[in-house]
Design a protein around this ligand. Structure first.
Ligand code: XMP
Length: 514
């Protein structure tokens, strides 16, 4: 079935994915493609509307990203330029753009000049918006009018007849509180979308697709991690082909306390998946012995995982496909305007697996964002304890134990982490943060207990807020909570006499410590 489609041309803004999520939240499917995506391919997709995103460049720079030469002449759908997108279309259509004297960044008051413009229908005459730009439009292209200003800056323009619109501010960010209404006007009034993108429909279509792809006889294998992505992917495939999918859940000995047993039980008893548990903890501890370097740890775990998983899959027989919970942010062809990015951490838990096993991939979530996966999971009756679970890294506690790994250290960290998560839930803070965990530091410090001097370990607690894990801020957890968890840890866990709270954001830190 064909969905209505909004196409976003990405000019490298940090907010591009946010635009996509805001569009989908309104029930309209959208895709992000790089700004240089061929015009014929854009036309082939027959979008109901096209959004030109923001970007870091200035439109008059020599190598500023552009749309195809006859984009405006050929496109047969409304166009909305946001920030850089607006400047670009103003310049392309023979208006003028000039550098601002000062960079406008932050909140601004938008004054709507023309009441009857569809873009601002139903909105007050004055509203808060979020700006972030250095240039602005100083002369309108022929046929355009200014529909809103901030101070004396032209902030919204349109040519309603040609269905071309520009917004200098960002309607997609939370700091533009009525941005959702503005995007809704664009989608439903201007592009005439109906909103045919729902979780239920996605599930029905995806199940049908998987059924057709796999056919009547082939078998499928899926690696479960206990996290939301792999679980939702497995349940979707299970809906399609039932027990011809075998799931493998490996205990690498680096999971949270009791997580292996509890999750395996949930997979079997609540979700009725055809799942095999493989407890390979000691094999992982063996290959990790004496390794302190974070990248070497990650690589050793990745290699071992492939070995264990491959051995298990060989026992199944007739397997042609591997299910993976790849998400949309992993597949968007990223626009690299600032040079190629360096590897900060090697993230891929199962990188190289499909090639090694010579399997074809099934990636039922590759069009979805994380919050959409959670909604789909809810619709599939997957319990909240999975759909609301914090992200957990493939290498598990190994990247939260600084220095070399031993079973004793893992057990100690599991105990601390368990108390921390328990208390977060008790204080109803668990779902308020993106992720929370404890880190075991390779240092000891002096303390006093009763009349005795102690010399024991330090743990760091981390909790962050984030929308996608790419950037994050440390969570402002209440002092009462921090007090409660600190005393529980030091009084209930032998071997820890100091608790610190991590107040670093990402960047410059990362979420995990290794
Ligand atoms: P960092 O530490 O890079 O983490 O700021 C960003 C997000 O990714 C998670 N993470 C991983 N997830 N395999 C994963 O599946 C990994 O190797 C891995 N390393 C980090 C991290 O927990 C955070 O949510």
């Amino acid at each position: 079935m064909h969905h209505e489609l909004i196409l976003i041309l990405d000019f490298g803004s940090q907010y591009t994915q946010l635009i996509a999520r805001r569009v989908r939240e309104q029930g309209v499917y959208c895709e992000i493609v790089p700004f240089h995506y061929a015009l014929e391919k854009i036309l082939e997709k027959n979008p109901k509307g096209v959004i030109l995103s923001g970007g870091p460049n200035s439109v008059y720079e020599a190598d500023a990203p552009q749309v195809a030469e006859d984009f405006y002449a050929q496109i047969n759908a409304p166009v909305l330029g946001i920030c850089y997108g607006m400047q670009l279309l103003a310049k392309d259509l023979r208006g003028a753009v000039s550098p601002s004297e000062k960079r406008e960044y932050g909140r601004a008051k938008l004054k709507i000049l023309i009441g009857e413009t569809v873009m601002f229908e139903g909105l007050p005459r004055s509203l808060d918006v979020w700006m972030s730009h250095g240039d602005h439009v100083t002369r309108l292209p022929a046929g355009f009018r200014t529909t809103a200003t901030t101070g004396d800056v032209i902030t919204a323009i349109e040519n309603a007849e040609r269905r071309i619109f520009g917004l200098q501010f960002h309607p997609e960010v939370a700091h533009t509180p009525l941005g959702k209404e503005i995007l809704r006007n664009f989608l439903f009034e201007i592009c005439r979308c109906r909103g045919d993108w729902t979780a239920r429909q996605f599930i029905a279509e995806e199940v049908e697709k998987i059924r057709c792809l796999v056919g009547e006889t082939d078998n499928v294998v899926c690696g479960l991690s206990g996290g939301v992505d792999s679980t939702v992917a497995a349940v979707l495939v299970h809906e399609a082909i039932g027990i011809r999918q075998t799931c493998v859940f490996v205990n690498n000995g680096l999971l949270r306390s009791d997580e292996y047993e509890d999750t395996l039980k949930l997979y079997k008893e609540k979700l009725h998946l055809n799942v095999r548990g493989v407890d390979a903890s000691h094999e992982f501890y063996a290959v990790l012995k004496g390794i302190a370097d974070p990248e070497l740890k990650r690589k050793a775990i990745g290699r071992k995982f492939i070995e264990v998983f491959d051995a298990e899959a060989k026992k199944i027989g007739g397997v042609k496909y591997l299910v993976q919970g790849t998400l949309y942010p992993d597949v968007i062809e990223s626009v690299s305007l600032r040079g190629s990015s360096v590897t900060i951490k090697s993230h891929h838990n199962v990188g190289g697996l499909p090639e090694k096993m010579n399997l074809k991939l099934i990636e039922p979530l590759r069009e979805l964002f994380k919050d959409e996966v959670r909604l789909i999971g809810k619709d599939l009756n997957i319990p909240d304890e999975i759909t609301q679970r914090h992200p957990f890294p493939g290498p598990g506690l190994a990247v939260r134990i600084l220095g070399d790994i031993t079973e004793e250290k893992v057990k100690l960290l599991q105990k601390v982490d368990r108390l921390y998560i328990e208390e977060l839930r008790r204080f109803k803070l668990y779902t308020k943060v993106w992720q929370a965990f404890a880190v075991l530091l390779p240092i000891q410090s002096v303390g006093v207990m009763g009349d005795f001097r102690t010399y024991e370990k330090t743990v760091a607690l981390r909790a962050v807020t984030s929308t996608d894990g790419m950037t994050a801020d440390w969570a402002r957890l209440p002092h009462d909570f921090l007090q409660a968890i600190s005393s529980r840890i030091t009084s209930e866990i032998r071997g820890v006499n100091r608790v610190v709270y991590d107040i670093s954001s990402k960047p410059p830190s990362t979420i995990e410590w290794e």
